[in-house]
Design a binder for this molecule. Structure first.
Ligand SMILES: Nc1ncnc2c1ncn2[C@@H]1O[C@H](COP(=O)(O)OP(=O)(O)OP(=O)(O)O)[C@@H](O)[C@H]1O
Ligand SMILES: [Mg+2]
Length: 276
């Protein structure tokens, strides 16, 4: 009898705690998960990704920092199923569904976007033609050229690009900064669920960096559930975008995760402590 009475207040507390925990669980919805991923170039035996694990929930911004050659771009390209790389083991999930074997077009259609470190020129294809094709592949709808043109121009204005860019051939003769702004415009128009931005800040002057950051913030405002993986070497973009998590990647693995303090610490001490 005494025992029952003693337990009663404890179980009430437990119920409250469990309810709170459940609420937290419900509020956090997993968007993207990479589980112990090992990958290598198709032509070559050495693994570049060597057990990489990361989870991105809806609305979260994750930054990945790491020394040159640690595998950040390989991760970005592998997540979009680039034919250059082969998954050796491990799994990739999107909205809880395993997509490890999905080809690039299926991933793009599902809403996985990659902003390239080195955006490629596409001879003879204009910015607007490219957008039209990409949008049709992503959404299965053919937006009228006029609608798309208006939408692209509105984003170009916001990103400080001249409207004449819509009719230029993709990335041909674009300056470094123009290429990066163009990647963000593509992201804005394609409305991805998760965007992996590989060194979007590299090559941007200080004003352009602010403009691009505010463009990313605007896209987030319109799509608050979108997850973002920001690959960067510098704290500046992180100051602008305030990521929820900062990860350090060394030799194909995440070796440390935390908040903005990690980026600050790196700025001071570099990667020395994380090298073998
Ligand atoms: N297709 C490939 N064939 C052979 N080696 C490759 C290939 N792709 C990447 N590598 C090697 O894998 C390593 C990781 O390259 P990756 O481009 O992913 O690095 P990163 O972290 O993005 O570097 P950075 O900060 O310089 O952009 C490098 O040593 C690179 O030379
Ligand atoms: Mg890279």
């Amino acid at each position: 009898m005494g025992l029952t009475l003693d337990l009663a207040p404890i179980s009430t507390t437990s119920v409250v705690l469990i309810t709170k925990a459940l609420n937290t669980l419900v509020a956090v919805t997993e968007l993207f998960r990479v589980d112990n991923l090992h990958a290598k170039p198709v032509e070559g035996d050495a693994e570049i990704l060597r057990g990489l694990t990361i989870t991105v929930n809806e609305g979260e911004v994750h930054a990945i920092m790491g020394p040159n050659g640690s595998g950040k771009s390989t991760l970005a390209n592998t997540l979009l199923a680039s034919p250059e790389y082969e998954v050796v083991s491990g799994k990739v999930f999107f909205h809880g569904e395993e997509i490890t074997e999905w080809p690039t077009d299926a991933r793009a259609k599902a809403g996985i976007f990659l902003g390239f470190q080195y955006p490629q020129e596409i001879a003879g294809v204009s910015v607007i033609q490219f957008l039209r094709q990409a949008l049709s592949a992503r959404k299965g709808i053919d937006l009228s050229v006029l609608e798309l043109r208006l939408s692209a121009m509105s984003w170009m204005k916001r990103l400080g690009m001249d409207s004449s860019f819509v009719d230029r051939y993709l990335n041909e003769g674009f300056s470094g900064g123009e290429k990066k702004r163009n990647e963000i415009m593509q992201m804005a128009i394609l409305e991805p669920e998760v965007a992996i931005l590989d060194e979007t800040d590299s090559g941007l002057d200080i004003d352009a960096l602010r403009i691009v950051a505010s463009g990313i913030r605007e896209v987030r405002k319109e799509r608050p559930k979108m997850g973002i993986v920001l690959i960067t070497h510098y704290q500046r973009l992180l100051d602008e975008l305030q990521p929820d998590f900062v990860h350090i990647m060394v030799d194909g693995r995440i070796v440390k995760s935390g908040g903005m303090e990690i980026a600050q610490e790196l700025e001071k001490s570099g990667y020395e402590a994380y090298r073998d």
